[in-house]
Design a binder for this molecule. Sequence first.
Ligand code: AMP
Length: 282
Amino acid sequence: MDRLSVPSEAAAWSAAQRRQGGRVGFVPTMGALHAGHLALVAEARRQCDRVAASIFVNPLQFNNPEDLARYPRQPEADARLLEEAGCDMLFQPDAEGLYHGTSPLRYELHGLDLHWEGPSRPGHFQGVVNVVERLFHYVRPDRAFFGEKDRQQLTIIRHVANTLHWPTVIVPCPTLRETDGLAMSSRNQRLGPADRARAPLLYRALQAVADLAFHHSVEEARQAGLDVLAGDPEIQLDHLGIAHPDTLVPLTHWDGLDRAVALIAAQVGPVRLIDNLDLRRG
Ligand code: AMP
């Protein structure tokens, strides 16, 4: 596996692959890798001839400096995991090299950042789109793989990719979970034993919503999720709600839909966790 930190070298690597007719798949990450990330690499392997991954803890998308400072970093272990997973190139730029003194751009998100994570994390999605654009600019992937775990991020990246006619195909990949249902996340490392034990309640709340979805009202389904969380006063809920599957606009009625999505965010001890679950009629 090639390890590159200079953006122009990553661009040259990618150009060389394309010259040889290889389709380049790309998995952008912030490191502290787990099986969820590696599943994206595996999917990229299946769909592409060459796989690049990046590790970059993007300061632009952190609205809380403490969260940025405490974000877990384990570059050597990550590199080993990526190599074992069949990754061909690891791109690890630093902020100066990647942004090169340019100011962040402001993207038109058409209101997709007004709900859910948006109000709690001002500027977060602008920071995400900025870094994805910079990474794509150098890596020029044919396909890029993103987890449904970060559902709103995926929705926003797809939207920007469509509206700005980015040539990269955005491929969504399902959420990987621990055996007790907790969605895998680099931030889970920072949960102490008591918080780790309560964290799966988020997924159980989503399942309770899914059990009632489409058979009861939206509010009743949501209330079933809230009832699950009421069992543990240590979980500080940020939001739990039901949204349109494509736009993530909050729903108050099922509106004849066959699909929807339930989204949750909560502070569990020192960590803010997010998760979501597809809801299907029938
Ligand atoms: P991150 O390193 O948290 O920025 O995540 C990098 C990519 O991995 C993003 O596309 C995430 O959505 C995806 N990802 C994170 N956790 C999971 C998971 N549990 N299952 C699937 N994909 C994930």
